[in-house]
Design a protein around this ligand. Structure first.
Ligand SMILES: C[S@@+](CC[C@H](N)C(=O)[O-])C[C@H]1O[C@@H](n2cnc3c(N)ncnc32)[C@H](O)[C@@H]1O
Length: 344
């Protein structure tokens, strides 16, 4: 295990990180020096003795995910330091999210509302959407709940979310610290395609604290797509997702791969449901969606000159383009969503 040294100084938001892999080691010594008012960290990696590789934030991700970084990393200055922060912080990444992330079907929110209303204390005054990203999962809650708060760790995602809605209170914050809400004040907590990034036990404790008795936790996630054209499915899901990006997915993806089956809600009454969504989507939008994957962001940082995703786009186009008319048909696919529901 590495040595972790943390020197909090002068009340900052994010630290400067220095990683010094030395002498044939696989695990580096990590030194964290928060200094001088930074918002984003400076990461410096000094491989010596021909090791580990060039300066790279992804090295830190890989290392952090393989070690028990989350558990061993302290909370200092009241702030949880999380490596996943980096994966969603970029302004460009937030724009990709806002433009290309798929929306969730209306019937998902009808189902959540129906479940909320099954209890005796069936009010839906306040919902909190945690890991709200640029708001795709938050806006639909306004149709089932009077007041909605969206929370995300990423400033850029919150900035993007605020642009799309003024009737939601979007705020930067951590799933693991919902301190802006008092005990037993929330009717519904949701988290959409985000739970796998969180420190799950700490998040569940916070959810149990803020939910009122009878309140509901809804955890849901897109898990994968089945493209109806087998060749296209092979290009995107077997080759691009499974092979090209294989080393760029963090260990947290296991929750998606396992269809959220490793996640347990801390309540006696829980349900697990699956929804299939049929979609027809143009190639540019689907490739845009692929580009919003965190693993693609990591891959691009490692391979700045890559044309892999452009090539995927060309190959898809040649499959869906009618040779005579030149018309490009949309991709037909089934997206799978897993929904976990629990009542406090
Ligand atoms: C895959 S996106 C999902 C966004 C949105 N809910 C959706 O369904 O489109 C995951 C989001 O979780 C946020 N996130 C990751 N770790 C978090 C944490 N510990 N606390 C709050 N948000 C977090 C990321 O910044 C990112 O916006």
């Amino acid at each position: 295990m590495p040595t972790l040294q943390v020197y909090p100084t002068s009340g900052l938001i994010m630290p400067t990180l220095q990683v010094y892999p030395t002498g044939g080691l696989i695990m580096p010594t990590l030194q964290v020096y928060p200094t001088g008012g930074l918002i984003m960290p400076t990461l410096q990696v000094y491989p010596t003795g021909g090791l580990i590789g060039p300066t790279s934030t992804s090295l830190l991700h890989t290392w952090a995910d393989r070690s028990h970084f989350y558990k061993s990393t302290p909370q200092f200055l009241g702030i949880h330091f999380r490596s996943t922060y980096f994966l969603f912080e970029g302004k460009e990444h937030a724009k990709l999210y806002a433009k290309y992330r798929p929306s969730y079907p209306e019937r998902l929110y009808r189902r959540i509302k129906e479940y909320c209303m099954e209890s005796d204390a069936n009010t839906l005054d306040l919902a909190v959407d945690v890991g709200c990203g640029s708001g795709q999962s938050t806006l639909p809650l306004t149709s089932i709940c009077k007041h909605v708060i969206g929370v995300d760790i990423s400033k850029e995602q919150i900035t993007a979310a605020r642009k799309v809605s003024s009737n939601v209170d979007f705020r930067e914050g951590h799933a693991e610290d919902l301190g802006f809400q008092g005990d037993e004040t929330v009717d519904l907590v949701t988290t959409a395609t985000a739970i796998h990034w969180m420190d799950i036990p700490t998040f569940m404790k916070e959810v149990s604290r803020v939910l009122r008795p009878g309140g509901v936790l809804a955890v849901y996630s897109f898990i994968d797509d089945k493209i109806h054209n087998n060749e296209a499915h092979q290009i995107v899901w077997e080759e691009f997702q499974g092979k090209t990006l294989r080393d760029c997915w963090t260990e947290k993806r296991k929750h998606i791969v396992n269809g959220l089956s490793l996640i347990e809600l801390p309540f006696e009454e829980t349900l697990r449901e699956r929804l299939n969504v049929e979609r027809h989507i143009d190639i540019e939008s689907y490739v845009g969606y692929l580009s919003s994957w965190s693993a693609w962001q990591t891959y691009q940082k490692k391979n700045p000159d890559t044309t892999v995703l452009t090539d995927v786009g060309h190959r898809l186009r040649s499959l869906y383009e009618d040779q005579d008319s030149g018309v490009v048909r949309p991709i037909s696919l089934t997206s799978h969503i897993i929904l976990l529901l629990g009542r406090k």
